[in-house]
Write a protein that binds this ligand. Structure first.
Ligand code: HEM
Length: 516
């Protein structure tokens, strides 16, 4: 056993025969005391953990974030005391996971879908996760709607077939999604790969300075040397016909060849109030903040320069959450953000396990000392070096852990309102969708209309007309073109092959009396 390459089982016993199970004679039955075989096969049986309920298909890499030490031209300490941003040139290690949203773990990376862009910063003050997407806005503004939204986007629960009618049915009751739908069905809905796309925190956060004063913040990642590239539907179809993994492959190979992708982190800032002068609420994640009014201010750059050593240990088991902030960063009252913040660590305790934060990819790189103990798969005690091991509680006079000193003044917003279930007052669901439609070039508008017609052409007429009504409210030309496209599709009976397949399956079920 001197040779470190000798095959062993998990108990450290050398394996002398990895080819044959133990049997009674060469043709006889296998025996139940085959420890090496049972251990091998039972571990194999447990190799998969549950897929992420969304964003199951992903790729990841390590790298670093380098701070500029200022925000735009101003000293950053004026706005946030977060240590990772303060000094120009200061580097913080990061791990990034990119993903698609709806498909399972091996689904094609060419699908029309938002792309996840999640970054874990291992800072000296503990981890900060910035869990973003490529697009800068979202479908909904209330977390109550998220499970319904995801159900409607996922395959039909009866036959497991993707069905655009279910998605469009949900969206036709969700006018606030019109802006996101406008991006998603344009070429911006299929980034060419993970390197050549933007990222955005989408939700509104806060920065807090030494005096406890806060600003509202939106985060954006802008690709540097590699630029931005999106695909037309036919280009995506062509890639998909030969490769389900082109984005993972592109990222892995670029990094392996030393062609490291880079993004600049920019923020948009607003004072921390309701901004009655705007025609939208700054806490509404279905809205863009106009960059002319709220310029993109660079605060640092990120370089990805190392592939994961093991996909499962790192990319699959990494766990990001919007609650994972460091001192100087804070939540805003964005309801979607607050709903998300419960959801992430809740699902990770189920998906990865109670002690998911002890895994090397998730563990902070600064010291961790808690009084939380035990639970499935706990393998070490997160205790302080001088902590009395008998004291796993606080307060204590017997050598337990002590609370940290405040590093600055607490940010303490004041509330005076009734407890309600209510929408934001300024919903303004269509104006920005129209502005985005007009800002697209002719190719983008043409693709948008064609893709919408394709998805809507299999939908019932009342769903079609509701969606056309939303597009018309956004911009009359937008609504008119989708309407004409649908009329034309009806006349010519043209349907996209993928939707035709779903439709065919549906008709078959209807025939069998399963649906109304
Ligand atoms: C993943 C919930 C909105 C970006 C997830 C996961 C859940 C979830 C449960 C799986 C996490 C895991 O298994 O580790 C929600 C809820 C939302 C919401 C409840 C709204 C109420 C958003 C928004 C964004 C976003 C607005 C973009 C800003 C992501 C990303 C991942 C993810 C990037 C994958 C993280 C990874 O790579 O591990 N979300 N989400 N989500 N979500 Fe959300």
């Amino acid at each position: 056993m001197d040779n470190q390459n000798t095959l062993t089982n998990r108990q450290g016993h050398p394996i002398t025969d990895n080819q044959n199970v133990r049997t009674v004679g060469d043709r006889g039955p296998t025996t139940l005391e085959n420890y090496d075989f049972l251990e091998k096969i039972s571990h194999f049986d447990r190799e998969r953990v549950p897929d992420r309920v969304v964003h199951a298909r992903g790729a990841g890499a390590h790298g670093y974030f380098e701070a500029y030490g200022k925000v735009g031209e101003e000293p950053i300490a004026k706005y946030t005391r977060a240590k990772l941003f303060q000094e120009a040139g200061k580097q913080t290690p990061v791990f990034v996971r990119f993903s698609t949203v709806v498909g399972g773990g091996h689904s094609p990376e060419t699908l029309r879908d938002p792309r996840g862009f999640a970054v874990k910063f291992y800072t000296e003050d503990g981890n900060w996760d910035l869990v973003g997407n490529n697009l800068k806005i979202f479908f909904i503004r209330d977390p109550m709607k998220f499970p319904d939204m995801v159900h409607s986007f996922k395959p039909d629960p009866v036959n497991n077939l993707p069905d655009p009618e279910r998605m469009m049915d949900f969206l036709s009751g969700t006018p606030e999604a019109t802006h996101m739908v406008t991006f998603l069905f344009s070429p911006w809905g299929i980034p060419a790969n993970y390197r050549q796309m933007q990222g955005s925190g989408v939700n509104t956060y806060k920065w807090v300075n030494q005096d406890g004063q806060a600003m509202l913040i939106k985060y954006h990642w802008e690709p540097l040397k590699q630029g931005i590239k999106n695909l037309l539907q036919r280009e995506a179809n062509q890639i998909q016909s030969g490769n389900y993994n082109h984005a993972t492959q592109d990222l892995y190979e670029a990094i392996a060849q030393g062609d490291y992708p880079e993004w600049e982190l920019c923020v948009q800032m607003m004072t921390d109030d309701e901004h009655p002068e705007l025609d939208f609420d700054p806490l509404d994640p279905t809205k863009l903040w106009d960059p002319k009014q709220f310029p993109f201010l660079p605060v640092g750059k990120m370089v990805l320069n190392k592939n994961a050593d093991n996909y499962f240990a790192e990319v699959e088991q990494v766990a990001f959450g919007t609650g994972v902030l460091v001192d100087g960063l804070d939540f805003s009252d964005d309801k979607l953000l607050q709903g998300r913040t419960f959801s992430y660590s809740d699902t990770q305790r189920h998906r990865v396990g109670t002690n998911y934060l002890q895994l090397p990819i998730n563990a902070p790189k600064n010291h961790v000392a808690t009084n939380q103990r035990d639970g499935q798969m706990e393998y070490k005690v997160d205790a302080g070096p001088n902590q009395n091991p008998h004291v796993n509680y606080e307060p204590s006079t017997l050598g337990g852990l002590q609370e940290a000193a405040q590093s600055g003044k607490e940010h303490a917003p004041h509330y005076d309102a009734s407890l309600v279930r209510q929408k934001l007052a300024r919903t303004n669901d269509f104006a920005q969708a129209g502005a985005t439609y007009r800002a697209f070039d002719d190719v983008e508008r043409g693709e948008l209309v064609a893709n919408l017609v394709d998805a809507l052409s299999i939908c019932k007429p009342h769903i079609q007309s509701k969606m056309v009504e939303y597009f018309t409210q956004a911009d009359p030309d937008y609504g008119k073109r989708v309407k004409e496209g649908l009329e034309n599709a009806k006349r010519t009976g043209q349907e996209h092959t993928s939707t035709a397949a779903a439709d065919q399956a549906k008709k078959q079920l209807e025939h069998m009396g399963h649906t109304s």
